[in-house]
Design a protein around this ligand. Structure first.
Ligand SMILES: [Zn+2]
Length: 486
């Protein structure tokens, strides 16, 4: 395809997907010609090809013309976003359309933003298909397993480039990867990002989708101001206000302390989406009904979770706050639970809210981030013997029963199977798995199905390690005492 065919393909794609109107064709084509440094021309008919095919050609063209500085994944992603920004609605048009559609129904509005985010390849649907997914049947119900291949490993040239750029200037860069200023920003490939403002409990927040889409309609709800994650009574107001406005979405917050929190503690945000996580199906070990109109359940879940259910949201919120206040200062040295060291707090929560046919549901997962000599990475964090599978923080998504395992595991698991089945000498890349491999070798049968199931078992252990109260007599009794005190 020559440049006229390529750029014409872009325009016809944008028309097909209703990203631009027919009367805008020549203006938009003019923008593209400017970007690619070509003289203006009229749109020509071109052969229809899949999006990624002609986009690859467009990016190669940009590189060959010297417009793209580096031919790396990061640079190509950023430039692709810049191209798509020229053939899609502006941020203000998207905000207006979202709010107009919201008047019809919340899902018309979210469907619109979600489809748009996919059509402009801000959500990288094709890469997401490469992820490996399976189900592991645990004693606590189904756990969902994924090896994430959609988030590309960093190219060393991009890392070097980032260091170089950081030294030179940070001008025009948002303070973090989720600040609202990322919208239509070249840095971090966000030129094609569109976000919409929403009001939660009288404060300004913004709604956007995650480009990595760990689950269906994975949304990020970020505060207007770049300020640290902070859980308080107000958090419950925000969460419930959100599910009242978007009743088909769940919403949850990561904990606000290192080790037990998510990867971004510097900017207050929540994660939401149209998805039912394994935790939602967890069965109660015991239900308590000592508060009229409210059911409190201790869930049979590897991470300590207390669920509040009621038709009355104020009752759920009130008792959620009671539990949070009690937990913040709760100590049980026999079970290694110490709420603070000096002025440094250790106890916090991971809260999740949803609306069901029976009313409001609030899950509170109790967290503690203390470390000790025996557990320098965290007492209630995956212990070192499972780090070969997962050592990162166990944030909201994993606490709800969806494992996001690093991409390296794909090749490592293939290699493990090959080595063990054929009695080959091990590979240095598998050193971290040596203990596990000795165990696997003793299994009566080993194929990829068994291997995946064994990885599932490890994830179950990851969650059990992260649970503050273990599911033994002492642990269960202590949780029930807490509930009775509420
Ligand atoms: Zn920020």
């Amino acid at each position: 395809m020559n440049h006229q065919e390529l750029l014409s393909s872009l325009i016809s794609y944008a028309i097909d997907k209703h990203l631009i109107k027919t009367e805008e064709i020549s203006t938009r084509l003019g923008f593209l010609c400017d970007l690619f440094q070509y003289e203006p021309f009229d749109v020509i008919n071109s052969v229809k090809r899949p999006y990624h095919e002609w986009m690859t050609d467009c990016l190669d063209l940009a590189y060959n013309r010297g417009i793209l500085a580096w031919n790396t994944i990061d640079e190509r992603d950023a430039f692709e976003a810049k191209i798509m920004d020229l053939v899609m609605p502006s941020p203000s048009e998207v905000k207006e359309r979202f709010h107009h559609l919201y008047q019809q129904s919340p899902w018309d509005a979210t469907d619109y933003l979600y489809q748009l985010s996919k059509d402009v390849n801000y959500i990288k649907s094709r890469r997401l298909k490469e992820n490996i997914e399976w189900i592991y049947e645990s004693p606590y119900g189904k756990l969902e397993m994924t090896i994430n291949l959609a988030k590309p490993e960093k190219d060393p040239r991009d890392i070097a480039n980032a260091i170089l750029e950081k030294k030179e200037s940070t001008e025009g860069r948002p303070l973090c990867v989720i600040c609202k200023e990322n919208e239509q920003n070249y840095w971090n490939a966000r030129m094609n990002l569109r976000i919409v403002p929403i009001t939660l409990s009288d404060e300004l927040w913004h709604f956007q989708y995650s480009p990595y889409l760990y689950y269906n309609e994975h949304a990020i709800i970020l505060h207007d101001i770049h300020k640290p994650m902070h859980i308080s009574h107000k958090t419950f107001d925000f969460l419930f206000d959100f599910i009242n406005q978007f009743p088909t979405y769940f919403i949850g917050s990561n904990a606000d302390l290192p080790i037990v929190g998510g990867s971004i503690l510097s900017h207050e945000h929540f994660q939401a989406g149209r998805y039912h996580f394994p935790i939602e199906y967890a069965k109660p070990m015991r239900s308590f009904t000592h508060v009229p109109g409210l059911v409190i359940e201790h869930l049979n879940w590897p991470m300590t979770t207390i669920r509040f259910k009621s038709k009355d949201q104020s009752l759920v919120k009130l008792y959620g706050c009671h539990l949070y206040d009690l937990w913040k200062h709760y100590n049980n040295p026999m079970l290694s639970i110490v709420s603070s060291t000096g002025n440094t707090p250790h106890n916090t929560i991971t809260p999740i809210a949803r609306l069901t046919e029976d009313g409001y549901e609030l899950d509170i997962i109790l967290r503690n981030n203390r470390t000790s000599e025996a557990y320098p990475f965290g007492i209630f964090h995956p212990h070192e013997d499972v780090h070969h599978i997962k050592k990162e923080n166990i944030g909201l998504i994993e606490a709800m029963g969806l494992a996001i395992l690093p991409g390296r595991l794909k090749s490592e698991l293939d290699l493990i199977e090959k080595v063990l089945k054929n009695g080959l000498p091990s590979d240095p890349a598998l050193d971290k798995h040596s203990h596990w491999m000795a165990y696997l070798q003793k299994l009566p049968k080993l194929d990829s199905k068994v291997l995946f199931s064994e990885v599932g078992k490890k994830f179950e252990r990851v969650l059990l390690d992260s649970g503050v109260f273990k599911l033994d007599y002492e642990g269960i009794r202590a949780v029930h005492q807490i509930i009775m005190e509420l």
